[in-house]
Design a protein around this ligand. Structure first.
Ligand code: ADP
Length: 640
């Protein structure tokens, strides 16, 4: 047997432990729930593996979780006969941070450095799991033996920076965790007391699908024939005696299988915490029994807040699949499209085969049918949501919905109707595309939008001058993902979506005579700026500004180019078109200069300035800002 080894916690674990202990001291009892959840997950895994490797589990399939406590020794122990852990797994899972959400949390924390005033609500968005033991314990011992393993592993720590691991003999499969409880503080519950533990389990873990058993002291009547009586037949001494008996503390009722009205809010909250590993309340609940050719139960929760790891590729999908109340799998990506992965819930489909694999699930007609119905349910819930609530939801998960537009062709129109944007006219309010259409001017044919980094720069963009002059509303899009939305949504309700910076806006035209007057100057400018622009044209976008940059109908927007560059992707060097406002006095003057002397060197400076102004006005970066300020300074000196 290998010797005992001492290892250091990863730094982030230490930080996390510190945080958990300090932010949860008023909520100590939750360690019971966290450990029961882990045990229940471990049994889920065992049951799943048993389907394919029954021999590994043949010794013990009476799955359960056991609690025990010793008030003399001040210990609390939880044991399960789940999957257990190997030596490597103990090292990988305990002592590092397994859950991606937790790692994301630590990162966020690192950035914000607000450790001191962390509220339980914030930390509540994450599963703290095993580490919650250290809220109440000053030493924790975990013994475990993996299914099929010969020996067990012991992990021990006082939560102060290091832990030890060693191989041990362990008789049975599964995990047993003993907490050496800290000295109780005033007002603390006694976690070695039967009654206290009974209540905690009832409160937080009632629906756990495996029995949570505890050997409890009961008082039972002494059988008639064993009672010692006096000559008159009166009992001498007690008629009741204390005995210890195993009792199941939880009702194990799968709440999704109950009638909708029979589930209380508290039950939902606790169950949501159990499956989501979050501690906040669900924002919305969808609880439904589907009946028809096949029957199945669905219970889904929309979270109140978006998790910090929402867009991490390794994030798990929130759906679990059950068959006749037996857990089949979590992270069931087949049940909901990826962009709805934030929904947490359970589907229990009795007609599924228990041995179903992920590969089969993808092909399964029933599963596809379920998925369709789930999506439908979610959409109709969102559509029916009261405005204020929906906007709150949208603030958290709007980006997820947007991600659905390029990926879920079937529901594109529905998703588009759920989009909300600020516009040039909306002020602080959000507007739906339907509302936008409702507000369109009589002669307006298209839905105008502009993408970019910030609302302020968009709303002041010269690209919108003509549109504003016509009193047309423009949708302002500031999420990078909006670029993908607009690419996959060429039209909505038969109205084209038209970028204010691309192609011909089809507004009032500049008359041909004026165009002709300027054509020589424009080709001169084009020659000067050849390296930077594709063309120089007369603008019908501008009203007040002198120049701007625009793109082709099918070209990349300036914002898209910026996003691509920021993410390190090489973009084809696409040149844009410089538009000039021929009604602007500056253009008249430049034209005058040009017509007097086409070789005047100041014309080169002015063409550079026109281009730089266009770049600056869309929030872009100048290639040579020093030259710009020199030119401008020069100009000011002359003008003043
Ligand atoms: P989480 O449960 O949120 O992933 P924990 O820190 O609670 O985080 O647990 C880390 C990992 O340790 C779990 O994902 C699981 O793989 C393993 N683990 C914890 N408890 C048990 C247990 N009772 N039996 C088997 N594995 C466990």
């Amino acid at each position: 047997m290998a010797a005992k080894k001492t290892r250091k916690f990863k730094t982030e674990v230490q930080q996390l432990l510190h945080l958990i202990i300090h932010s949860l001291y008023s909520n100590k009892e939750i360690f019971v729930r966290e450990l029961i959840s882990n045990a229940s997950d471990a049994i889920d895994k065992a049951r799943f593996m048993e389907q394919t490797e029954p021999a590994l589990f043949a010794d013990d399939t009476d799955y359960h979780i056991r609690l025990s406590a010793d008030s003399e020794e001040k210990t609390f122990t939880i044991s399960d006969n789940g999957i257990g852990m190997t030596f490597d797994e103990v090292n990988d899972n305990i002592g590092t941070i397994a859950q991606s959400g937790t790692a994301a949390f630590m990162e966020a924390l690192e950035k914000s450095k607000k450790e001191t005033n962390l509220s339980p609500e914030l930390i509540g968005q994450f599963g703290v799991g095993f580490y919650s033991s250290f809220i109440v314990a000053d030493k924790v011992r975990l013994d475990t033996r993996a299914a099929g393993a010969e020996t067990g592993v012991r992990w021990e720590s006082d939560g102060k920076g290091s832990y030890t691991v060693q191989e041990i003999e362990k008789e049975n499969r599964g995990t047993s965790i003993t907490l050496y409880l800290k000295e109780a503080e005033e007002g603390d519950q006694d976690f070695t007391e039967d009654y206290t533990l009974q209540n905690i389990v009832k409160k937080h873990s009632d629906f756990v699908t495996y029995p949570v058993i505890m050997n409890l002291e009961k008082s039972e009547p002494i059988p008639e024939n064993e009672i010692v009586k006096d000559s008159e037949g009166k009992p001498i001494g007690e008629t009741y005696r204390k005995v210890r008996k195993d009792e199941t503390l939880n009702s194990m009722k799968a709440i999704w299988a109950k009638a909708k009205d029979d589930v209380t809010d508290e039950e939902h909250e606790e169950f949501y915490k159990h499956i989501s590993h979050n501690w906040d309340k669900p924002m919305e609940i969808i609880h439904k029994k589907f009946e028809g050719v096949t029957e199945y139960d669905v219970l889904m929760y929309l979270p109140e807040k978006a998790p910090m790891d929402l867009f991490r590729p390794e994030r798990k999908n929130g759906m679990q699949l059950y068959c006749k109340r037996v857990f089949i799998m979590d992270d069931c990506k087949e049940l909901l499209p990826e962009y709805l992965g934030f929904v947490q819930g359970v589907v229990d489909a009795p007609d599924l085969n228990l041995n179903v694999s992920r590969e089969i699930l993808q092909e399964d007609r029933l599963v596809r049918n379920i998925r369709k119905n789930l999506v439908k349910q979610i959409f109709s819930l969102l559509e029916g949501m009261e405005k204020e609530k929906y906007e709150k939801f949208y603030g958290e998960f709007g980006q997820s919905l947007k991600a659905g537009i390029p990926t879920d062709y079937e529901n594109k129109e529905k998703l588009a109707s759920l989009l909300r944007y600020k516009t040039t006219k909306s002020g602080d309010k959000y507007v739906s595309l339907d509302e936008y259409i409702g507000n369109m001017k009589e002669d307006q044919k298209e839905i105008y939008y502009l993408t970019g980094e910030s609302l302020t720069s968009l709303i002041n963009s010269p690209l919108l001058e003509s549109l504003k002059a016509k009193d047309y509303e423009v949708v302002l899009m500031v999420d990078p993902i909006d670029e993908w939305v607009t690419q996959s949504l060429p039209e909505y309700k038969e109205k084209k979506l038209k970028s204010a910076e691309k192609g011909d806006l089809d507004l009032d035209k500049v008359d041909d005579e004026k165009k002709n007057e300027f054509s020589a100057l424009l080709s001169f400018l084009k020659g000067k700026l050849e390296a930077r622009v594709k063309d120089v044209v007369v603008s019908n976008r501008l009203k007040d500004s002198v120049s701007c940059l625009s793109g082709d109908d099918y070209g990349m927007s300036a914002y898209m180019e910026k996003i691509m560059k920021a993410s390190g992707q090489s973009t084809p060097d696409q040149k844009r078109v410089m538009e000039v406002n021929v009604n602007h006095p500056v253009m008249e003057k430049i034209k005058g200069l040009f017509e007097t002397d086409t070789t005047n060197p100041v014309l080169t400076d002015y063409s550079d300035l026109l281009y730089d102004i266009a770049v600056i006005s869309e929030g872009g970066k100048l290639d040579n800002p020093a030259r710009f300020s020199a030119l401008l300074g020069d100009l000011m000196a002359k003008a003043i």
